[in-house]
Design a protein around this ligand. Structure first.
Ligand code: ADP
Ligand code: MG
Length: 263
């Protein structure tokens, strides 16, 4: 009786007060590849608009964690909710809809080599968002300006530096007007002198309303812009804390060892 009442009131509450766009919740999420348990019962709530930094040693499951959110990987058990909706059963149109709201920025940029910067952005605007050619172009130019590349609209990826390519990739992600952007080590393929320009663009997105989940080894960046840092090792979240606390006084011995190596 009590549980019946409870579920009715929960359903009622979400109808009257819709969950704010940009939330992510992991509930007991496990991911295995064969016998290899890569993530083991992850529970994690990310608030709308939050900037979450994900760090941990190589092979600890960071990429897998964020790739699960927009189903670049499928989970083995548990559930991930995005904007309050379970995602594990989505497919076809509903999965495409999820991916529109959840952008992904890859380490290797993944631009279309045969399209210039402008067309890399207008492609989705026209074919997924149904914009006219003129509207798509206007939006794409505004986004290129936002990442400081208005003068590179007609350059092909091969004519752009790594930092510029990654900024185009971020502009392309923004074109979908996402609630959430997942970044998988967005600066680790870049020459050192180009890291700053990409971090600057990411900084400009922080606390703009979009939820950012950033796998990064840029500890200074995490310290400056993250609301919270999670440390993953062995498929588990071993520690989560505000950046000041995490970086100045990590609690878990493995987090301490990790920070000694990277700082
Ligand atoms: P990180 O991003 O922290 O370096 P990953 O999430 O890429 O770690 O990988 C975590 C573990 O999962 C590693 O042991 C890796 O070998 C394994 N793994 C990742 N992707 C696959 C895959 N497609 N098939 C099999 N094993 C994988
Ligand atoms: Mg990775």
């Amino acid at each position: 009786m009590l549980s019946g009442l409870f579920s009715t009131s929960v359903a009622f509450a979400t109808e009257v007060f819709p969950v704010r766009k940009g939330t992510v919740a992991f509930r007991g999420v496990t991911k295995r590849y064969g016998d290899n348990v890569v993530l083991n019962g992850i529970d994690l709530q990310v608030a709308a608009g939050e900037v979450l930094a994900v760090c941990g040693p190589s092979g600890s499951g960071k990429s897998t964690l964020i790739r699960l959110i927009n189903q670049l990987e499928t989970l083995s058990s548990g559930e991930i909710e995005v904007d309050g909706q379970p995602t594990s059963t989505l497919s076809g149109r509903s999965l495409r809809e999820l991916r529109r709201h959840v952008g992904f920025v890859f380490q290797q940029f993944n631009l279309y080599a045969h399209l210039n910067a402008l067309d890399n952005i207008t492609l989705a605007l026209r074919h997924i968002h149904g914009k006219s050619a003129d509207d798509a172009q206007a939006i794409a130019l505004a986004l290129l300006a936002r990442v400081g590349l208005q003068d590179k609209a007609h350059h092909f990826p091969s004519q752009l530096s790594g930092g510029q390519q990654q900024r185009v990739a971020i502009a392309r992600t923004l074109a979908a007007d996402p609630h959430i952007i997942l970044f998988d080590e967005p600066t680790s393929a870049l020459d050192p002198e180009m890291i700053g320009e990409v971090l600057q663009v990411m900084k400009s997105l922080a606390h703009s309303g979009i939820t950012l989940i950033v796998v990064t080894h840029e500890m200074q960046f995490a310290r400056e812009i993250a609301d919270r840092v999670i440390f993953i090792d062995g498929g588990e979240i071993l520690e989560q804390a505000a950046p000041e606390q995490f970086f100045s006084a990590p609690q878990h011995p493995r987090a301490q060892r990790f920070l000694q190596k990277v700082l």
